[in-house]
Ligand binder design. Structure first.
Ligand SMILES: Nc1ncnc2c1ncn2[C@@H]1O[C@H](COP(=O)(O)OP(=O)(O)OP(=O)(O)O)[C@@H](O)[C@H]1O
Length: 257
């Protein structure tokens, strides 16, 4: 579904990604891990069009998307969430999701300005869809609360809800459980599994080892812009190179976090 071939990204003299190859199959949950500064965020930014690759290609469903704008890439079903909360804080939960859906559907200016019956119908539909998405992410009973009044974990769930409103086929989650307690991260893990069961493909960056090890089908490990290992969580836990790069922090990858 996603084929990253020989992708490099250079900032000045710094090689943030060095001829990276990654292939992601439809329906898998892939984790991208690696120490700070190893190139994970740069990889997501390159995939989603926020950065243009210095060289190499990215194909999504067999189509070359390298260097396309983030807007165009999102429209094709490759959608991301951000490390930091990125909600309309004064809007309610349902408004946040409905807005994301409407923007995705792009009501034309004419119908918006003149408030035609078409627009009113579309608006009703966007709220119906938003409600079903909130139900899916477990926030239906919070739909009328302002985003800023939700606890942190629920704000992150709402962000995933906003991403779902743009009808992704491949969802990229940037540190989805950063700062969450165990119960909150279990909820996110359950949601990601449910997404996969509904036909989505997931690529996630996460430092929380227990989370990625229990959730992901396969892991790709970056170190200094290079893929140093790829395999099942069990294979990665036993990989000498991976254990070595994590040794500075903890004794084994398995024990981390
Ligand atoms: N816009 C930029 N300009 C210059 N250097 C950058 C830029 N973005 C990233 N880098 C550098 O590229 C390297 C990879 O950074 P990146 O943020 O992708 O790593 P990361 O694995 O996501 O780290 P973390 O886990 O801390 O988020 C780092 O050395 C970083 O300083």
């Amino acid at each position: 579904m996603l084929a990253i071939r020989n992708v490099s990204r250079i900032f000045g003299g710094l090689v943030a990604l060095d001829k990276v190859n990654i292939n992601i199959r439809k329906g898998e949950i892939r984790g991208l891990i690696g120490p700070n500064g190893s190139g994970k965020t740069t990889m997501i930014n390159v995939i989603t069009g926020f950065y243009v690759p210095s060289s190499g290609t990215i194909h999504f469903n067999d189509k070359d998307i390298s260097g396309q704008s983030p807007y165009n890439i999102t429209k094709q079903g490759l959608v991301r969430t951000f490390q930091n909360i990125n909600l309309f804080s004064d809007m309610t939960a349902i408004e946040n999701v409905a807005t994301a859906y409407s923007l995705h559907m792009k009501n034309n200016l004419f119908s918006t300005v003149f408030n035609t019956s078409f627009f009113r119908k579309e608006e009703r539909r966007s709220f119906e869809i938003a409600e079903s998405i909130l139900d899916f992410v477990g926030l239906k009973d919070k739909k009328d609360l302002r985003a800023k009044n939700l606890p942190y974990g629920q704000q992150r769930l709402l962000e995933i809800g906003r991403a779902l409103a743009t009808e992704p086929r491949l969802l990229l989650l940037d540190e989805p459980v950063a700062g969450m307690n165990d119960q909150e991260s279990d909820e996110v893990a359950g949601l990601i599994q449910k997404l996969r069961d509904n036909g989505k493909t997931i690529l996630l960056i996460e430092h929380h080892m227990k989370f990625v090890m229990s959730l992901c089908d396969k892991l790709t490990v970056l170190s200094s812009g290079n893929v140093i290992a790829e395999g099942t969580p069990r294979e990665i836990q036993n990989n000498e190179d991976v254990i070595r790069i994590y040794l500075g922090k903890r004794r084994t990858v398995n024990a981390a976090h």
